[in-house]
Design a protein around this ligand. Structure first.
Ligand SMILES: Nc1ncnc2c1ncn2[C@@H]1O[C@H](COP(=O)(O)OP(=O)(O)OP(=O)(O)O)[C@@H](O)[C@H]1O
Length: 300
């Protein structure tokens, strides 16, 4: 559905996106993660047709996005800094969206008024930051987008509202195969809804995988040996991303299939051995460490 091929984008002499390729299937929720300044927002804006890439292709349903009005009516980009016309009420903003998007669904708009309990006659600018974000989702989801591009989408929402919004997103994906691309630093928030993740660093995609596959391929192990000494060859046998000693216990983050890691560790006859899954946040931290993003003593 979304195909990005070898795109590059520079701002003056600074290359923000370097030869990025991505494929996002229809009906999937893709988490775009990355360090500060990695190029996430630039990539999202290229995909939304706001920026034009310097080279490469960006296609949705096999059509180029930039200056393509038809495709742009199917996409909504919700930036981290929201825009509303000053002086407009929610109702007036809804009129504007209604005129802009042929796919606007009035029944959905009215139903979502129960999820977002805000008076439609209120001026959007006078609402709190979190309430403005609720309005943004209210209007956005009423347009029934085929592709939803979200930059830090849950910022400012309270815990109940975050859950409600996540449920609405998942519901639209399940019921009408909406495709969602989310960029967020809040990995705990995106972990439970994304099915794919891509990690961007210095403008390049480091990892792009199905989230379950990614999680099944990286583990935290705690291991200790008789006499407190790590046997020669133990670490060389494993694909270690990070290691730290705590007394006689060695803590490691290792890549590999769980069964293979278990077999290798057990062949060294440890007196203590635990293998634990990692959260997406931990995977992100250790993968970033592997490409030289400083991590020290952050084992959790
Ligand atoms: N309009 C612009 N003009 C010049 N440089 C820009 C512009 N927009 C982004 N950049 C630069 O491009 C790089 C990538 O920025 P971008 O906003 O895409 O990163 P990001 O991954 O979204 O970062 P963050 O997580 O901090 O929001 C940064 O070095 C930034 O300074």
């Amino acid at each position: 559905m979304i195909n990005i091929k070898n795109i590059r984008k520079s701002f003056e002499d600074m290359e923000a996106v370097k030869n990025v390729s991505l494929h996002i299937n229809k009906g999937s929720i893709y988490g775009l993660l990355g360090s500060n300044g990695a190029g996430k927002t630039t990539l999202l804006k290229i995909l939304a047709g706001i920026y034009r890439q310097d080279s490469g292709e960006v296609q949705i349903d096999n059509q180029s996005v930039f200056e393509n009005v038809q495709i742009k009516q199917k996409i909504i980009f919700l930036p981290d800094t929201l825009f509303f016309f000053s002086q407009y009420t929610i109702k007036q903003m809804a009129d504007y969206y209604r005129s802009l998007f042929p796919s606007w669904n009035e029944e959905r708009y009215q139903r979502l008024g129960e999820v977002f309990p805000i008076d439609q006659n209120k001026k959007v600018h006078r609402l709190s930051k979190g309430m403005q974000r609720q309005v943004a989702f209210w209007l956005t989801l009423s347009t029934m987008p085929e592709v939803l591009i979200l930059d830090e989408p849950l910022d400012g929402l309270d815990a109940v509202m975050r859950q409600k919004v996540k449920n609405l997103l998942v519901q639209d994906v399940a019921e009408r195969e909406m495709t969602v691309l989310i960029s967020s630093h809040n990995l705990r928030e995106v972990e439970d809804i994304c099915d794919h993740v891509g990690i961007l660093h210095h403008g390049e995609i480091m990892i792009e995988r199905d989230l379950d596959d990614l999680k099944s391929d990286i583990h935290k192990i705690q291991v200790a040996f008789k006499a407190g000494e790590t046997p020669a060859g133990f670490l060389q046998d494993l694909d270690v991303l990070y290691q730290e000693s705590r007394g006689s216990v060695l803590l490691c983050i290792v890549r590999g299939k769980e069964e293979d890691v278990k077999d290798k560790v057990q062949s060294f006859h440890p007196v203590l051995f635990d293998i634990l899954p990692l959260t997406l946040e931990e995977i992100f931290i250790y993968e970033m460490g592997d490409v030289g993003y400083a991590i020290e003593s952050i084992m959790v």
